[in-house]
Design a protein around this ligand. Structure first.
Ligand SMILES: [Fe+2]
Ligand SMILES: [Fe+2]
Length: 365
């Protein structure tokens, strides 16, 4: 697997010195931020990593929307694929609307963070030179080049049991380490398409439905990552305006995750006749119980901060320890899922550098 490269270097975060700006009536939030004092390099590094993450999210969500969402003036790419859209609608009749809105949200996050960076004299993030991957060749795809690969995914579905566990929290490591069980073990032990690769994937019906099921579990996988990433990085920012940005965007990722894990529970129970990928009934043995039950969509309370306290319903992980979670852990998780298969060494270096800088940021009180 391609690695992220760690090099001894400091990236130049800013384009130049930031001029002081007087706080005047009618000043914009960004002007107020400058008037309050320059934004620390660590905050800029966190915003730049988040801009990259949001650009990558936009790219993958756009691929989903082209084939399974709603193509309109807000999300105009692609023209829809009936078989894939139908597969998603097995899970919920409004899936196309939800896919569209998640796509639009990510596009707005990326555009906002980059515009804010520019407004405070920092370099925005641009990954366009890495738009080199082929996407779906199925009807409905725009067939343009992509940043991310949705056709060879290995999806970690342990988020399902992590949020349903009352006894374990990844922020409180155990010895031996507790391993959260997979909801769909098959998705973790192979490479599977989450979009039709070409028109050959549109049948038989249980194959395109398995692809739609895979997409649904991937939707929740992506958004639970954002749900943890924003509060984790918020604990490392210093400037109140940057904190406001993270605290205002982060919970929208949680709204996405909540929606998707609800919809994922409606997956069609089946075995893909082409590759054997199985989506088992999670409400009966060998699954079943509180850790797997499909209508248990809100977080179970779990140990928090210290096991001496009563259990608490929380987002997890939200770690101050980069070995448990942080920007690099998030980037490595995306790489391990196969999302970047086919990308260049230069891409991994660019994203790795952004993650490393973000993880080095510390809160200055
Ligand atoms: Fe986002
Ligand atoms: Fe997201």
């Amino acid at each position: 697997m391609t690695q992220f490269y760690h090099l001894d270097r400091r990236s130049l975060l800013r384009t130049g010195a930031i001029a002081s700006t007087a706080l005047v009536a009618g000043a914009t939030v960004a002007e107020e931020a400058l008037a309050l004092g320059s934004i620390p390099d660590g905050d800029i590094a966190i915003l730049r990593f988040l801009a990259a993450a949001e650009i990558l999210e936009t790219d993958l969500w756009e691929q989903y929307n082209e084939l399974g969402g709603i193509q309109d003036s807000e999300e105009s790419s692609g023209s829809g694929n009936g078989a894939f859209t139908g597969g998603l609608k097995f899970l919920d009749g409004d899936m196309d609307q939800y896919v569209h809105d998640n796509t639009e949200d990510e596009r707005s996050h990326a555009a906002f963070i980059n515009a804010f960076l520019v407004s405070v004299g920092a370099r925005p993030v641009n990954l366009e030179k890495f738009r080199t991957l082929d996407g779906s060749k199925a009807d409905g795809s725009s067939k343009k080049k992509r940043l991310t690969n949705l056709m060879k995914l290995t999806i970690d579905t342990s988020y399902w049991t992590r949020y349903r566990s009352r006894a374990h929290n990844p922020d409180l490591p155990e010895s031996p380490p507790f391993v959260f069980p997979q909801a769909i073990p098959g998705l973790k032990s192979g490479q599977f398409p989450a979009i039709p690769r070409d028109n050959g994937d549109l049948s038989p019906s249980d194959h395109i439905q398995a692809i739609a099921n895979t997409a649904a579990f991937h939707f929740a996988s992506i958004e639970q990552g954002g749900t943890s990433l924003y509060p984790t990085l918020a604990m490392r920012v210093t400037h109140p305006v940057v904190l406001r940005i993270l605290l205002s965007i982060g919970p929208t990722e949680t709204m996405h995750f909540q929606t998707w894990q609800d919809k994922a529970g409606n997956f069609k129970r089946l075995k893909d006749p082409t590759n054997g990928l199985e989506f088992p009934e999670l409400n009966s043995p060998p699954f079943g119980g509180e850790d797997f039950q499909t209508n248990l969509i809100m977080p179970e309370p779990c140990p928090f901060l210290d096991r001496k306290f009563p259990v608490c319903s929380i987002i997890r992980p939200v770690s101050t320890d980069p070995r448990i979670f942080g920007a690099m852990a998030a980037a490595k998780g995306l790489a391990a899922s196969g999302l970047f298969i086919g990308q260049s060494k230069a891409f991994f270096k660019a994203v790795g550098d952004l993650a490393e800088d973000a993880d080095e940021a510390t809160r200055r009180c």
